[in-house]
Design a protein around this ligand. Structure first.
Ligand code: SAM
Length: 460
């Protein structure tokens, strides 16, 4: 797409982690704040430098209040494939756009940022001196400057082949940093209540961003576990609610997941986790309930459903049964007892999840979930579909040489009608996924004995 003009260009400095998740995060957040992803940069694959057009600085700032995939954003004043090209580009940048940040009673600082190369102090000073032609009139203040400018040099991605000169050079006015520090401050290591499958903090925030969670939203996790995903949504101001089939998890009872601790303490539960981060006011409730038999009255309740369903590696996939479903030869339970050990096929679980999301999400609401796949057999058509849900993104995270999980984001684009309930059943797509029902067996057959042994012992 063509750029509207050089004046609206911004440079995003992306983190070199979870590469596939970055573009959907930035696109989702821009659309949340009324912007659109516009860029003429060909690929975003692995480079940490992205040039985009953003309608206003306010949208750029809002984006940075949410992103965990981007480190910083700059108003781009110039860009070139060499220093000379950069200087030419800077000379053509309108002076009236620079002057408000360079006038005599302002303070400033210039920073040098290099990717894939380290410069000496002397080299850095040389680069700063070469920018003298810019109309800087303010005073340098290294400690607390009013304005920070950055020169960023890109030496490519290959640490074994670092070129003499950079592939790209950028200069811009720093606007804001992203939310990378959340990864540390919400780290599972320091969390009050955790389980074997508590979701990593960084990924939880990415999921909430893919889900376009915003203030006052209602976010639901039907496989809530220790509530890792609720925490990220609550941090962004959403009210959160969850269910889990496991009584002990919901009530914070039973064996602890931490080393050196046998049993969970009296206050180890999801509510206390939210309290730990000052987010208790966003806690609606958590309930023991089976996602295969949702107990909701018909209606649209949720702005987003963000979840990590079980896939039988560290936790079992199960659902409640009925007296009729108990296999022949097995002892029947008393009428009042609901057996909970019937296995829940992955394909049924995703089918139920999509139907549930189609029924209960508001229009425009998003479903974000992980789909485990056995990579040698994976094809895109296996991703479950639904007539009410549009696929927004599908990003891979490798788990082992043969397995991965894919973060699927879907948006509700059509009101749910009764005929939509089963309209995707005969669809070959969901049938295709049935091959993955034995994901657990394939997982353990595909990895080395050592990994399999580690995984098994962590489940015991
Ligand atoms: C991968 S874990 C979720 C972890 C969670 N995201 C966290 O941060 O702790 C999946 C959860 O699904 C629950 N589960 C399994 N089958 C279920 C079912 N039929 N209905 C509801 N929850 C179920 C398990 O008890 C487990 O806690």
């Amino acid at each position: 797409m063509a750029l509207p003009g050089p004046l609206n260009r911004y440079l995003l400095l992306m983190a070199q982690e979870h590469l596939e998740f970055r573009l959907p995060e930035i696109k989702s957040l821009l659309s949340l704040f009324g912007g659109q992803f516009i860029s003429n940069q060909g690929t975003y694959g692995k480079s940490p430098f992205w040039i985009l057009s953003i309608p206003s600085e306010e949208i750029a700032r809002n984006l940075m209040k949410r992103t965990v995939c981007a480190k910083s954003i700059f108003e781009l004043w110039g860009h070139g494939r060499s220093s000379e090209e950069l200087y030419r580009s800077l000379r053509s940048y309108p002076v009236e756009k620079m002057v408000p940040f360079l006038h005599s009673d302002s303070t400033y600082k210039i920073k040098i940022h290099t990717f894939n190369k380290t410069l000496t102090q002397e080299e850095k000073v040389k680069r700063i001196d070469a920018l003298e032609f810019l109309p800087f009139e303010g005073k340098v203040n290294l400690k607390k400057p009013q304005h920070i400018f950055s020169l960023l040099e890109d030496y490519g991605l290959d640490p074994n082949c670092i070129p003499e000169n950079p592939h790209n050079v950028y200069f811009g006015r720093w606007i804001a940093d992203g939310q990378r520090e959340l990864i540390e401050s919400y780290s599972v290591k320091k969390r009050h209540f955790i389980g074997n499958t508590s979701m990593d903090a960084g990924l939880s925030f990415i999921m909430a961003n893919h889900g376009k969670v915003k203030e006052n939203d209602i976010v639901f996790d039907p496989f809530v576990g220790t509530g890792g995903l609720l925490i990220a949504s609550a941090h962004f101001g959403a009210y959160v609610y969850g269910t889990d089939i496991d009584y002990n998890t919901v009530h914070g009872l039973g064996k602890a997941s931490r080393k050196n601790q046998k049993w969970r303490g009296p206050d180890e539960n999801i509510r206390a986790n939210l309290r730990q981060y000052g987010l208790e006011k966003y806690y609606l409730d958590v309930l023991v309930s089976d996602a295969s038999k949702p107990s909701w009255r018909k209606g649209t309740y949720f702005d987003a459903i963000i979840t990590d369903p079980p896939y039988g590696i560290r936790e079992s996939t199960r659902r409640t049964g009925s007296q009729k479903e108990i296999p022949k030869g097995m002892e029947k339970c008393p009428e009042s007892h609901v057996p909970v050990s019937l296995s829940y096929h992955l394909s049924d679980m995703f089918f139920d999840l999509l139907n549930f999301a189609a029924e209960t999400l508001v229009l425009g609401g998003r479903l974000v979930y992980w789909l485990p796949v056995y990579t040698p057999e994976y094809i895109e058509e296996m991703v479950p579909s639904h007539p009410c849900l549009k696929l927004i993104s599908n990003c891979e995270q490798k788990l082992s040489s043969h397995t991965s999980r894919r973060l699927i984001t879907m948006e509700k684009v059509k009101k749910f009608e009764n005929r939509d309930q089963s309209s995707h059943l005969p669809n070959d797509h969901s049938l295709l996924y049935q091959g993955h029902n034995s994901f657990r067996e394939k997982y353990f057959s595909g990895v080395t004995k050592r990994i399999a042994k580690e995984e098994k012992s962590s489940q015991e």
